[in-house]
Design a protein around this ligand. Structure first.
Ligand SMILES: O=C[C@H](O)[C@H](O)COP(=O)(O)O
Ligand SMILES: C=C(OP(=O)(O)O)C(=O)O
Ligand SMILES: [Mn+2]
Length: 408
């Protein structure tokens, strides 16, 4: 899968047709930044990416379970040693609970060390009559509602690189200490900002294969998975494990075409399909998709993102999600895969190790009224530590009952 790509030529970086790219004010400055990124050391190695690919092949084969999670939008300020440790610790605890209950190895992948770019529903945000560019992640602009903060600044891509590098140092320290966390911990993020991803792509001297070295697993979002789009083109040209988010309008025939483009050799572990249908829709829309994909491309891993199809605004104006909807989408995911004889291969979650109040429900319950107490996310609402643990226990129980081995 070592192809030459028009996208790797600098002019194509500014392809106006690429979806969800910021309106960078200075194309020359952007080009300089891509050059600087290209001169930096890789963040992750091809060997590590291959190792994750092998683990995901086990997931696709029904012999392992994927736990992928972290912030919706990592922030530079949030990348402290303490928050990183708490995030890794909660993922580790969840993985232990899931592994014990499922009797399967759990592959742990953070949404971490690169999740600094966000697609948005609207390019602009309006407050009191003032219209500014939407916040698109710390790699692009700032959250403050001022023209200065919201103007995309390509130098932020370099800060994203440095923050990811620092985060990886911390992760490697933590995972070296096996009494704290699982020995293996991988990184992932949405491959959204093409100048960043292209700038950090490298050809492996040993194997002559091309890799995105910004993270081990890269995924294509629901808003950027157009078959002939720049993001699919980029992902087709690298050898990392690739995820694709699939929402309720995903057309099975299009998904088969995507599989042909991204995984023509049907390499187990290469492709993870991350469905994010919504609790009310998953039982209707997932079965035909799984059936069609299984019939012609059985090698994919199926993973449930129970967050992005269940977002709504609370009466007091907070973007939130109900714990019960999140769990119900997972229950639906297990039901569908159990009925079709396919493997419910994992979870993709937005969560944090902090005691935030962003999603409602759980025990102790966050209420609509208490959302304002500690609502800190830069983009989507995350499960807090208690909610994340409660979810792991509930999913563990679900998996055991699915196997008919639950004890009352
Ligand atoms: O994960 C991120 C969000 O779902 C995405 O950025 C869209 O959010 P928005 O509808 O607030 O723009
Ligand atoms: C934007 C995201 O998801 P999706 O592409 O599924 O909407 C996300 O994972 O934060
Ligand atoms: Mn999100």
């Amino acid at each position: 899968m070592n192809r030459s790509h028009a996208l790797l030529d600098p002019p194509a970086l500014l392809d106006p047709a690429a979806a969800q790219q910021p309106d960078w004010p200075d194309p020359c400055a952007l080009r300089d930044v891509v050059g600087e990124l290209a001169a930096q050391p890789q963040l992750v190695s091809p060997r590590e990416c291959d190792r994750l690919l092998a683990r995901l092949a086990s997931v696709a084969a029904g012999e392992a379970f994927l736990l992928q999670g972290g912030d919706c939008a990592e922030t530079f300020a949030g990348a402290t040693p303490e928050t990183i440790e708490r995030k890794v610790r909660i993922l580790h605890q969840m993985a232990e609970i899931l592994a014990a209950n499922m009797n399967l190895p759990v592959v742990t992948v953070g949404r971490i060390a690169g999740q600094y770019g966000k697609p948005r529903s609207s390019a602009t945000e309006t407050k009191d009559g003032t219209v500014l560019p939407s916040y698109r992640g710390d790699a692009v602009n700032g959250t403050d509602f001022t023209a200065e903060a919201r103007t995309p600044d390509p130098r932020r891509l370099l800060r994203a690189y440095r923050t990811a590098a620092d985060t990886l140092v911390r992760l490697r320290e933590l995972t070296g200490n096996v009494t704290l966390v699982r020995e293996e911990f991988f990184t992932s993020h949405e491959a959204l900002l093409l100048p960043y991803e292209v700038g950090l792509s490298r050809t492996d001297a040993l194997t002559d294969r091309r890799f995105g070295t910004s993270g081990h697993m890269l995924w294509i979002g629901e808003r950027t998975r157009k078959l002939d789009g720049a993001h699919v083109e980029f992902a087709a040209g690298i050898c990392n494990p690739i995820g694709v988010k699939l929402g309720p309008t995903a057309d099975p025939a299009d998904v088969l075409t995507l599989i042909d483009r991204l995984d023509p050799d049907r390499q187990p572990g290469r492709l993870t399909l991350i469905t994010r249908m919504g609790a009310g829709k998953i039982r209707d829309v997932l079965p035909p998709l799984v059936e069609k994909v299984t019939a012609s491309a059985g090698s994919v891993a199926w993973v449930c993102d129970p967050m992005h199809g269940n977002t709504f605004s609370s009466p007091n104006g907070y973007k939130t999600r109900r714990f019960d909807d999140v769990l119900d989408e997972i229950v639906g995911f297990f039901e569908v895969h159990r009925a079709l004889g396919t493997h419910p291969g994992g979870l993709h979650l937005e969560l944090t190790g902090e005691a935030v109040t962003e999603c409602v429900g759980g025990n102790p319950a966050v209420t609509m009224e208490s959302l304002s107490r500690c609502y800190e996310t830069a983009c989507d609402p995350r499960l807090n530590r208690d909610q994340a643990l409660e979810l792991a226990v509930a999913v563990g129980y679900l998996a055991r009952t699915a196997e008919g081995t639950a004890v009352s």
